[in-house]
Design a protein around this ligand. Structure first.
Ligand SMILES: Nc1nc2c(ncn2[C@@H]2O[C@H](COP(=O)(O)OP(=O)(O)OP(=O)(O)O)[C@@H](O)[C@H]2O)c(=O)[nH]1
Ligand SMILES: [Mg+2]
Length: 435
Protein backbone atom coordinates (compact mmCIF):
# COMPACT_ATOMS: atom_id res chain seq x y z
CA UNK A 1 0.00 0.00 0.00
CA UNK A 2 1.22 3.44 -0.83
CA UNK A 3 2.14 5.64 2.10
CA UNK A 4 0.30 8.94 1.93
CA UNK A 5 0.73 10.09 5.48
CA UNK A 6 4.34 11.12 5.44
CA UNK A 7 3.33 14.66 6.06
CA UNK A 8 -0.02 15.93 7.23
CA UNK A 9 0.36 19.41 5.83
CA UNK A 10 -2.48 20.53 3.59
CA UNK A 11 -1.16 23.83 2.32
CA UNK A 12 -2.18 24.63 -1.28
CA UNK A 13 -3.67 21.16 -1.63
CA UNK A 14 -7.06 20.49 -3.19
CA UNK A 15 -9.30 19.13 -0.49
CA UNK A 16 -12.58 17.24 -0.35
CA UNK A 17 -14.39 17.71 2.96
CA UNK A 18 -16.44 14.98 4.60
CA UNK A 19 -18.91 15.29 7.47
CA UNK A 20 -20.71 12.36 9.05
CA UNK A 21 -23.55 13.38 11.31
CA UNK A 22 -24.61 11.16 14.16
CA UNK A 23 -28.15 11.41 15.54
CA UNK A 24 -28.42 14.59 17.57
CA UNK A 25 -25.38 16.28 16.04
CA UNK A 26 -26.06 19.31 13.93
CA UNK A 27 -25.88 19.05 10.21
CA UNK A 28 -24.10 22.33 9.70
CA UNK A 29 -23.01 22.53 6.09
CA UNK A 30 -19.37 22.06 7.12
CA UNK A 31 -18.92 25.81 7.44
CA UNK A 32 -16.41 25.65 10.25
CA UNK A 33 -14.45 22.82 8.62
CA UNK A 34 -14.30 24.89 5.43
CA UNK A 35 -12.92 27.86 7.38
CA UNK A 36 -10.42 25.60 9.12
CA UNK A 37 -9.28 24.01 5.84
CA UNK A 38 -8.88 27.42 4.23
CA UNK A 39 -7.04 28.69 7.28
CA UNK A 40 -4.60 25.83 6.79
CA UNK A 41 -4.13 26.91 3.17
CA UNK A 42 -6.12 24.18 1.42
CA UNK A 43 -8.47 24.80 -1.51
CA UNK A 44 -11.85 23.18 -0.91
CA UNK A 45 -13.05 21.52 -4.14
CA UNK A 46 -15.96 19.36 -2.95
CA UNK A 47 -18.00 18.48 0.14
CA UNK A 48 -19.69 15.23 1.08
CA UNK A 49 -22.14 14.66 3.91
CA UNK A 50 -23.83 11.63 5.36
CA UNK A 51 -26.20 10.98 8.24
CA UNK A 52 -25.14 7.85 10.11
CA UNK A 53 -26.46 5.95 13.13
CA UNK A 54 -23.04 4.89 14.32
CA UNK A 55 -19.56 5.13 12.83
CA UNK A 56 -18.56 2.27 10.56
CA UNK A 57 -15.53 0.62 12.22
CA UNK A 58 -13.62 0.50 8.94
CA UNK A 59 -14.53 3.77 7.20
CA UNK A 60 -16.47 5.88 9.73
CA UNK A 61 -18.93 6.64 6.87
CA UNK A 62 -20.72 3.77 5.11
CA UNK A 63 -18.81 1.63 2.63
CA UNK A 64 -20.92 2.83 -0.31
CA UNK A 65 -20.28 6.44 0.71
CA UNK A 66 -16.54 5.73 0.92
CA UNK A 67 -16.67 4.46 -2.67
CA UNK A 68 -18.56 7.57 -3.74
CA UNK A 69 -15.87 9.61 -1.99
CA UNK A 70 -13.17 7.84 -4.00
CA UNK A 71 -14.97 8.75 -7.25
CA UNK A 72 -15.38 12.38 -6.27
CA UNK A 73 -11.75 12.66 -5.23
CA UNK A 74 -10.67 11.27 -8.58
CA UNK A 75 -13.07 13.52 -10.51
CA UNK A 76 -11.79 16.64 -8.75
CA UNK A 77 -8.14 15.62 -8.83
CA UNK A 78 -8.05 16.20 -5.06
CA UNK A 79 -4.90 15.66 -3.00
CA UNK A 80 -6.44 15.25 0.41
CA UNK A 81 -9.68 14.34 2.17
CA UNK A 82 -10.49 16.12 5.42
CA UNK A 83 -12.99 14.58 7.83
CA UNK A 84 -14.98 16.70 10.26
CA UNK A 85 -14.94 13.74 12.64
CA UNK A 86 -11.98 12.32 14.51
CA UNK A 87 -10.93 9.01 12.99
CA UNK A 88 -9.22 5.96 14.42
CA UNK A 89 -5.85 5.00 12.90
CA UNK A 90 -7.50 1.92 11.39
CA UNK A 91 -10.22 3.98 9.70
CA UNK A 92 -7.57 6.25 8.24
CA UNK A 93 -5.72 3.27 6.79
CA UNK A 94 -8.81 1.63 5.33
CA UNK A 95 -10.07 4.88 3.83
CA UNK A 96 -6.69 5.65 2.28
CA UNK A 97 -6.71 2.26 0.65
CA UNK A 98 -10.05 2.94 -1.06
CA UNK A 99 -9.69 6.63 -1.77
CA UNK A 100 -6.00 6.64 -2.72
CA UNK A 101 -5.15 10.01 -1.23
CA UNK A 102 -4.17 11.25 2.21
CA UNK A 103 -6.99 11.29 4.78
CA UNK A 104 -6.83 13.83 7.60
CA UNK A 105 -9.21 14.28 10.52
CA UNK A 106 -10.37 17.46 12.24
CA UNK A 107 -7.88 17.30 15.10
CA UNK A 108 -4.98 16.76 12.72
CA UNK A 109 -6.13 19.73 10.67
CA UNK A 110 -6.27 21.96 13.75
CA UNK A 111 -2.83 20.74 14.79
CA UNK A 112 -1.55 21.57 11.31
CA UNK A 113 -2.89 25.13 11.59
CA UNK A 114 -1.32 25.50 15.00
CA UNK A 115 1.98 24.25 13.61
CA UNK A 116 2.04 26.94 10.92
CA UNK A 117 1.02 29.74 13.27
CA UNK A 118 3.30 28.99 16.21
CA UNK A 119 5.83 31.79 16.58
CA UNK A 120 7.47 31.65 19.98
CA UNK A 121 9.61 28.75 21.10
CA UNK A 122 7.04 27.83 23.72
CA UNK A 123 4.16 27.69 21.23
CA UNK A 124 6.27 25.64 18.82
CA UNK A 125 7.22 23.14 21.48
CA UNK A 126 3.61 22.85 22.61
CA UNK A 127 2.40 22.16 19.08
CA UNK A 128 5.20 19.65 18.49
CA UNK A 129 4.25 17.82 21.62
CA UNK A 130 0.56 17.74 20.77
CA UNK A 131 1.32 16.57 17.23
CA UNK A 132 3.63 13.83 18.41
CA UNK A 133 1.11 12.59 20.93
CA UNK A 134 -1.89 12.69 18.63
CA UNK A 135 -0.38 11.96 15.28
CA UNK A 136 2.50 9.59 15.82
CA UNK A 137 0.33 6.50 16.41
CA UNK A 138 -1.39 7.32 13.12
CA UNK A 139 1.64 7.59 10.90
CA UNK A 140 2.95 4.57 9.06
CA UNK A 141 6.30 6.28 8.72
CA UNK A 142 7.30 9.20 10.80
CA UNK A 143 10.42 10.75 9.35
CA UNK A 144 9.00 13.71 7.58
CA UNK A 145 6.92 14.47 10.61
CA UNK A 146 9.91 14.22 12.90
CA UNK A 147 11.83 16.35 10.44
CA UNK A 148 9.27 19.10 10.83
CA UNK A 149 9.49 18.70 14.58
CA UNK A 150 13.21 19.08 14.33
CA UNK A 151 12.96 22.00 11.94
CA UNK A 152 10.56 23.84 14.16
CA UNK A 153 12.06 23.27 17.54
CA UNK A 154 15.65 22.21 16.88
CA UNK A 155 17.40 20.28 19.56
CA UNK A 156 19.87 17.48 19.93
CA UNK A 157 17.55 14.78 18.53
CA UNK A 158 17.81 16.35 15.09
CA UNK A 159 20.80 14.48 13.71
CA UNK A 160 19.70 11.10 14.99
CA UNK A 161 16.26 11.43 13.43
CA UNK A 162 17.63 12.39 10.01
CA UNK A 163 20.02 9.43 10.00
CA UNK A 164 17.52 6.80 10.96
CA UNK A 165 14.98 8.26 8.59
CA UNK A 166 17.01 7.07 5.62
CA UNK A 167 16.89 3.42 6.60
CA UNK A 168 13.69 2.09 5.03
CA UNK A 169 10.49 0.80 6.49
CA UNK A 170 9.06 -2.32 8.13
CA UNK A 171 8.11 -3.55 11.56
CA UNK A 172 11.54 -2.89 13.01
CA UNK A 173 11.36 0.61 11.73
CA UNK A 174 8.03 1.16 13.46
CA UNK A 175 9.54 0.15 16.76
CA UNK A 176 12.40 2.56 16.25
CA UNK A 177 9.84 5.23 15.41
CA UNK A 178 7.97 4.68 18.61
CA UNK A 179 11.17 4.84 20.63
CA UNK A 180 12.23 8.08 18.96
CA UNK A 181 8.76 9.52 19.47
CA UNK A 182 8.75 8.58 23.14
CA UNK A 183 12.18 10.07 23.70
CA UNK A 184 11.22 13.24 21.84
CA UNK A 185 8.00 13.55 23.84
CA UNK A 186 9.87 13.44 27.13
CA UNK A 187 12.48 15.92 25.86
CA UNK A 188 9.74 18.30 24.81
CA UNK A 189 7.99 17.96 28.17
CA UNK A 190 11.22 18.80 29.99
CA UNK A 191 11.86 21.86 27.85
CA UNK A 192 8.31 23.08 28.38
CA UNK A 193 8.60 22.63 32.11
CA UNK A 194 11.72 24.80 32.12
CA UNK A 195 9.93 27.54 30.19
CA UNK A 196 6.97 27.17 32.53
CA UNK A 197 9.12 27.81 35.58
CA UNK A 198 10.49 30.95 34.00
CA UNK A 199 6.99 32.13 33.19
CA UNK A 200 5.81 31.62 36.73
CA UNK A 201 8.61 33.91 37.85
CA UNK A 202 7.63 36.52 35.28
CA UNK A 203 4.02 36.38 36.36
CA UNK A 204 5.07 36.72 40.00
CA UNK A 205 7.03 39.80 39.07
CA UNK A 206 3.89 41.40 37.71
CA UNK A 207 1.83 40.62 40.74
CA UNK A 208 -0.03 43.55 42.09
CA UNK A 209 -1.89 44.75 39.03
CA UNK A 210 -5.45 43.59 38.39
CA UNK A 211 -5.28 41.00 35.61
CA UNK A 212 -7.90 40.77 32.88
CA UNK A 213 -7.89 38.14 30.19
CA UNK A 214 -9.77 38.19 26.90
CA UNK A 215 -11.10 34.75 26.03
CA UNK A 216 -13.44 33.64 23.29
CA UNK A 217 -14.06 31.55 20.24
CA UNK A 218 -11.51 31.83 17.48
CA UNK A 219 -12.11 34.84 15.18
CA UNK A 220 -14.44 36.53 17.71
CA UNK A 221 -12.30 39.69 17.68
CA UNK A 222 -10.08 39.25 20.76
CA UNK A 223 -6.94 40.71 19.22
CA UNK A 224 -8.90 43.56 17.65
CA UNK A 225 -10.22 44.41 21.10
CA UNK A 226 -6.77 44.26 22.70
CA UNK A 227 -5.51 46.65 20.05
CA UNK A 228 -8.48 49.01 20.41
CA UNK A 229 -8.17 49.22 24.19
CA UNK A 230 -4.41 49.40 24.57
CA UNK A 231 -3.25 50.91 21.28
CA UNK A 232 -1.13 47.86 20.52
CA UNK A 233 -0.66 46.08 17.23
CA UNK A 234 -1.53 42.42 17.78
CA UNK A 235 -2.11 40.46 14.59
CA UNK A 236 -5.71 40.64 13.40
CA UNK A 237 -6.86 38.40 10.59
CA UNK A 238 -10.11 37.03 9.27
CA UNK A 239 -9.03 33.44 9.67
CA UNK A 240 -9.23 30.89 12.45
CA UNK A 241 -6.41 30.81 14.98
CA UNK A 242 -4.62 33.98 13.96
CA UNK A 243 -3.29 34.28 17.51
CA UNK A 244 -1.33 31.52 19.18
CA UNK A 245 0.87 33.43 21.58
CA UNK A 246 -0.43 35.36 24.50
CA UNK A 247 0.19 39.09 24.56
CA UNK A 248 -0.17 41.13 27.71
CA UNK A 249 -0.48 44.92 27.65
CA UNK A 250 -1.16 47.67 30.15
CA UNK A 251 -4.62 49.17 29.88
CA UNK A 252 -5.33 52.50 31.53
CA UNK A 253 -8.97 52.38 32.62
CA UNK A 254 -8.91 55.89 33.98
CA UNK A 255 -6.23 58.27 35.18
CA UNK A 256 -4.19 56.49 37.81
CA UNK A 257 -5.90 53.16 37.31
CA UNK A 258 -4.03 50.65 35.25
CA UNK A 259 -4.68 46.95 34.70
CA UNK A 260 -3.02 44.19 32.68
CA UNK A 261 -4.95 42.96 29.65
CA UNK A 262 -4.07 39.68 27.91
CA UNK A 263 -5.13 38.27 24.57
CA UNK A 264 -5.17 34.49 24.25
CA UNK A 265 -5.42 31.71 21.73
CA UNK A 266 -8.99 31.23 20.48
CA UNK A 267 -11.11 28.32 21.56
CA UNK A 268 -12.96 25.98 19.23
CA UNK A 269 -15.50 23.21 19.68
CA UNK A 270 -13.94 19.79 20.24
CA UNK A 271 -10.51 21.32 20.66
CA UNK A 272 -8.13 18.36 20.41
CA UNK A 273 -7.60 17.09 23.90
CA UNK A 274 -3.81 17.10 23.59
CA UNK A 275 -3.86 20.70 22.54
CA UNK A 276 -5.77 21.85 25.60
CA UNK A 277 -3.26 20.00 27.74
CA UNK A 278 -0.23 21.46 26.04
CA UNK A 279 -1.68 24.95 25.83
CA UNK A 280 -2.40 25.20 29.52
CA UNK A 281 0.73 27.27 30.01
CA UNK A 282 -0.31 29.68 27.25
CA UNK A 283 -3.70 29.88 28.85
CA UNK A 284 -2.11 30.60 32.19
CA UNK A 285 -3.11 34.22 31.74
CA UNK A 286 -6.72 33.04 31.79
CA UNK A 287 -6.14 30.77 34.75
CA UNK A 288 -4.49 33.54 36.75
CA UNK A 289 -6.77 36.37 35.71
CA UNK A 290 -8.93 38.30 38.17
CA UNK A 291 -11.53 38.92 35.49
CA UNK A 292 -12.30 37.21 32.20
CA UNK A 293 -13.77 39.09 29.27
CA UNK A 294 -15.64 36.56 27.18
CA UNK A 295 -15.79 38.03 23.68
CA UNK A 296 -18.73 36.70 21.72
CA UNK A 297 -19.13 37.23 17.98
CA UNK A 298 -22.81 38.06 18.11
CA UNK A 299 -23.01 38.27 14.31
CA UNK A 300 -22.10 34.59 13.92
CA UNK A 301 -25.02 32.20 13.23
CA UNK A 302 -23.33 29.57 15.42
CA UNK A 303 -23.02 31.85 18.41
CA UNK A 304 -24.87 29.58 20.85
CA UNK A 305 -22.55 26.66 20.20
CA UNK A 306 -19.54 28.92 20.34
CA UNK A 307 -20.51 30.23 23.77
CA UNK A 308 -20.98 26.64 24.99
CA UNK A 309 -17.60 25.56 23.65
CA UNK A 310 -15.82 28.43 25.35
CA UNK A 311 -17.55 27.63 28.64
CA UNK A 312 -16.51 23.98 28.29
CA UNK A 313 -12.86 24.86 27.77
CA UNK A 314 -12.97 27.33 30.68
CA UNK A 315 -14.32 24.53 32.83
CA UNK A 316 -11.50 22.22 31.72
CA UNK A 317 -9.04 24.92 32.71
CA UNK A 318 -10.64 25.22 36.14
CA UNK A 319 -11.87 28.76 35.43
CA UNK A 320 -15.63 28.35 35.69
CA UNK A 321 -15.85 30.10 39.05
CA UNK A 322 -13.96 33.19 37.91
CA UNK A 323 -15.48 36.63 37.59
CA UNK A 324 -16.60 36.90 33.98
CA UNK A 325 -18.07 39.62 31.84
CA UNK A 326 -19.74 38.74 28.54
CA UNK A 327 -18.99 41.10 25.68
CA UNK A 328 -21.05 40.99 22.49
CA UNK A 329 -18.72 41.99 19.67
CA UNK A 330 -19.33 42.86 16.01
CA UNK A 331 -22.63 44.60 16.77
CA UNK A 332 -21.92 46.72 13.69
CA UNK A 333 -22.69 43.72 11.47
CA UNK A 334 -25.51 41.95 13.34
CA UNK A 335 -27.69 40.39 10.63
CA UNK A 336 -30.81 39.77 12.70
CA UNK A 337 -31.83 42.40 15.22
CA UNK A 338 -34.55 40.36 16.93
CA UNK A 339 -32.14 37.50 17.55
CA UNK A 340 -29.63 39.95 18.98
CA UNK A 341 -32.29 41.37 21.29
CA UNK A 342 -33.05 37.85 22.49
CA UNK A 343 -29.40 37.41 23.46
CA UNK A 344 -29.49 40.71 25.30
CA UNK A 345 -32.37 39.36 27.36
CA UNK A 346 -30.49 36.12 28.01
CA UNK A 347 -27.34 37.95 29.09
CA UNK A 348 -28.57 41.18 30.70
CA UNK A 349 -25.09 42.02 32.02
CA UNK A 350 -23.38 41.71 28.65
CA UNK A 351 -21.83 44.81 27.12
CA UNK A 352 -22.29 45.34 23.39
CA UNK A 353 -19.36 46.65 21.38
CA UNK A 354 -17.72 46.82 18.04
CA UNK A 355 -14.01 46.41 18.55
CA UNK A 356 -13.59 47.47 14.95
CA UNK A 357 -15.48 50.77 14.99
CA UNK A 358 -14.96 51.57 18.68
CA UNK A 359 -18.67 51.53 19.44
CA UNK A 360 -19.41 50.75 23.11
CA UNK A 361 -15.77 50.73 24.24
CA UNK A 362 -16.41 53.51 26.77
CA UNK A 363 -19.27 51.45 28.28
CA UNK A 364 -17.02 48.41 28.38
CA UNK A 365 -14.27 50.36 30.15
CA UNK A 366 -16.83 51.59 32.65
CA UNK A 367 -18.21 48.10 33.29
CA UNK A 368 -14.71 46.71 33.79
CA UNK A 369 -13.84 49.56 36.13
CA UNK A 370 -16.88 48.72 38.23
CA UNK A 371 -15.76 45.09 38.46
CA UNK A 372 -12.23 46.11 39.44
CA UNK A 373 -13.41 48.59 42.01
CA UNK A 374 -15.29 45.82 43.72
CA UNK A 375 -11.90 44.68 44.86
CA UNK A 376 -10.58 48.03 46.08
CA UNK A 377 -9.54 48.53 49.69
CA UNK A 378 -9.08 51.77 51.57
CA UNK A 379 -5.87 51.85 53.56
CA UNK A 380 -3.88 54.16 55.80
CA UNK A 381 -0.14 54.14 55.65
CA UNK A 382 2.71 55.77 57.52
CA UNK A 383 6.13 55.95 55.98
CA UNK A 384 9.23 58.05 56.04
CA UNK A 385 9.08 61.19 53.94
CA UNK A 386 12.31 60.10 52.33
CA UNK A 387 10.69 56.88 51.18
CA UNK A 388 9.80 57.93 47.65
CA UNK A 389 9.07 54.39 46.47
CA UNK A 390 5.92 53.88 48.53
CA UNK A 391 4.50 57.26 47.63
CA UNK A 392 5.12 56.79 43.94
CA UNK A 393 3.74 53.23 44.08
CA UNK A 394 0.49 54.53 45.54
CA UNK A 395 0.34 57.38 43.06
CA UNK A 396 0.85 55.03 40.13
CA UNK A 397 -1.36 52.17 41.22
CA UNK A 398 -3.97 53.53 43.56
CA UNK A 399 -5.96 56.65 44.26
CA UNK A 400 -4.66 58.92 46.99
CA UNK A 401 -7.49 60.28 49.15
CA UNK A 402 -5.41 62.27 51.63
CA UNK A 403 -1.73 63.00 52.11
CA UNK A 404 -0.28 64.67 55.24
CA UNK A 405 3.31 65.47 56.13
CA UNK A 406 4.43 65.64 59.75
CA UNK A 407 7.77 65.42 61.42
CA UNK A 408 9.58 63.67 58.60
CA UNK A 409 6.71 61.22 58.03
CA UNK A 410 3.97 60.98 55.43
CA UNK A 411 0.47 59.81 56.39
CA UNK A 412 -1.49 58.66 53.40
CA UNK A 413 -5.02 57.46 53.03
CA UNK A 414 -5.50 55.75 49.68
CA UNK A 415 -7.61 53.35 47.69
CA UNK A 416 -5.79 50.39 46.27
CA UNK A 417 -6.66 47.17 44.54
CA UNK A 418 -6.63 44.30 46.99
CA UNK A 419 -4.30 42.38 44.65
CA UNK A 420 -1.69 45.08 44.95
CA UNK A 421 -1.37 44.74 48.68
CA UNK A 422 1.42 42.14 48.54
CA UNK A 423 3.47 44.42 46.29
CA UNK A 424 2.90 47.32 48.67
CA UNK A 425 3.85 45.24 51.69
CA UNK A 426 7.11 44.31 49.97
CA UNK A 427 8.05 48.00 50.11
CA UNK A 428 7.96 47.79 53.92
CA UNK A 429 5.84 50.71 55.05
CA UNK A 430 6.26 51.60 58.72
CA UNK A 431 2.54 51.19 59.44
CA UNK A 432 -0.20 49.82 57.24
CA UNK A 433 -3.84 49.68 58.28
CA UNK A 434 -6.66 48.46 56.11
CA UNK A 435 -9.83 50.38 56.89
N1 LIG B 1 -17.37 43.89 11.53
C1 LIG B 1 -16.56 43.67 12.56
N2 LIG B 1 -15.48 42.88 12.38
C2 LIG B 1 -14.68 42.68 13.45
C3 LIG B 1 -14.93 43.25 14.71
N3 LIG B 1 -13.98 42.85 15.57
C4 LIG B 1 -13.13 42.06 14.85
N4 LIG B 1 -13.55 41.95 13.56
C5 LIG B 1 -12.93 41.18 12.48
O1 LIG B 1 -12.96 39.79 12.82
C6 LIG B 1 -11.79 39.13 12.33
C7 LIG B 1 -11.09 38.41 13.46
O2 LIG B 1 -10.57 39.35 14.37
P1 LIG B 1 -9.38 38.99 15.38
O3 LIG B 1 -9.22 40.16 16.29
O4 LIG B 1 -8.18 38.51 14.65
O5 LIG B 1 -10.07 37.79 16.15
P2 LIG B 1 -9.45 36.86 17.29
O6 LIG B 1 -10.55 36.54 18.23
O7 LIG B 1 -8.21 37.47 17.84
O8 LIG B 1 -9.12 35.56 16.42
P3 LIG B 1 -8.04 34.40 16.67
O9 LIG B 1 -6.78 35.00 17.15
O10 LIG B 1 -7.93 33.81 15.30
O11 LIG B 1 -8.66 33.46 17.64
C8 LIG B 1 -10.94 40.21 11.67
O12 LIG B 1 -11.19 40.20 10.29
C9 LIG B 1 -11.46 41.50 12.31
O13 LIG B 1 -11.27 42.63 11.49
C10 LIG B 1 -16.08 44.09 14.86
O14 LIG B 1 -16.42 44.63 15.91
N5 LIG B 1 -16.85 44.23 13.75
MG1 LIG C 1 -6.32 36.82 17.84
Amino acid sequence: MEDFRQTLRVRKEKAVLVGAFLPGSSNDDLMELTALAESAGAIVVDKLKQKIHSPNPAFYIGKGKAQELALRVAKNGADVVIFDNDLLPRQIRELEEIVNVKIIDRSELILDIFATRAKTLQAKLQVDLAQLEYTSPRLTRMWSHLDTVTGAAGGPAAGAVGGIGTRGTGEKQLEIDRRIAKKRISELREKLEEIDKRRVREIDGRQGLFKICIVGYTNAGKSTLLNALTGSDALVEDRLFATLDTQTKRWVLERGFEVLLSDTVGFIKNLPHHLVASFKATLEEAINADLLLHIIDISNPDVVKQIESVNTVLKELGCSEKQLLEVFNKVDVVPDISRYEMFQTLYPQAVSISAKTGLGLAELTHAVLEKCKGSLVVLRIKCSQADGKIISFLRANGKIIEEKYDDGFVYIEAKLDRHQLPALKKLNPQELTIL
